[in-house]
Ligand binder design. Structure first.
Ligand code: GSH
Length: 208
């Protein structure tokens, strides 16, 4: 376990769902430490006591509290660091739009990638699951592409765009995807050009 009361600590996997947490902490100018537990370490009772699914991301707060699930951690950090302006204030249309798209991405596009990359954690025909994940990601892209213009929640970049960027990076066919979806490309490029995003990506350890 990381020491308590020493800032944030993040459990992650290089380039995986912990990226959104790193983006948000970096944009909030919050120092944090990281651990990258192996598959075996993620199955240990000590890890499962803070992450019941044995998955990352898991965030330990400076107060020593733990929370898992990327969507929950995103909400938590947006509420804790409103100065990042990565979600509009409550009462504005953009606030609801940001929540809407975060929820959509976490419950549709993320699970599509899970079916594709983590197929064995689902019951059912493995080939069919993998294929459905691959196909469903395209349905998500088309839906986003055709649902409006500009960033997901309005004129300003928001946490929803950061989350979408993380997911798009997992697409083995991202160049073809972006070539067919100009709105997605615009969002992808804008997020990728953020210095904080570049910093986080440059600091990802080699994948094992
Ligand atoms: N619903 C979870 C999904 C987490 C998840 O799928 N994490 C993956 C990495 S992106 C993971 O830990 N994979 C390793 C494993 O399942 O053993 C969330 O949004 O945080």
């Amino acid at each position: 376990m990381p020491p308590a009361n020493k800032g944030f600590h993040l459990y992650g996997i290089s380039g995986a769902g912990s990226l959104i947490v790193e983006f948000l902490l970096t944009l909030a100018d919050q120092p944090y430490d990281r651990s990258f537990p192996t598959k075996e370490e993620r199955q240990l009772p000590s890890f499962k006591s803070i992450a019941p699914t044995g998955q990352i991301p898991v965030l330990i707060t400076p107060e020593g509290h733990h929370l898992s699930e990327s969507l929950a951690i995103t909400h938590y950090l947006l509420a804790r660091f409103p100065e990042t302006k990565l979600i509009a204030p409550i009462g504005e249309q953009s606030h609801g739009a940001c929540l809407q798209w975060l929820s959509y991405l976490a419950t549709t596009l993320y699970p599509a990638f899970q079916r594709y990359y983590q197929t064995s954690s689902f019951d059912g025909d493995q080939d069919a699951l993998r294929q459905s994940g691959w196909n469903d990601r395209l349905r998500c892209y088309d839906l986003i592409e055709n649902s409006g213009e500009g960033f997901l929640s309005g004129d300003e970049i928001s946490a929803a765009d950061l989350y979408l960027y993380m997911l798009l990076r997992w697409d083995q066919d991202v160049d073809a995807t972006l070539a067919r979806h100009p709105r997605l490309k615009q969002i992808y490029d804008a997020v990728e050009n953020l210095p904080a995003v570049q910093q986080v990506l440059a600091n990802q350890p080699p994948k094992h």
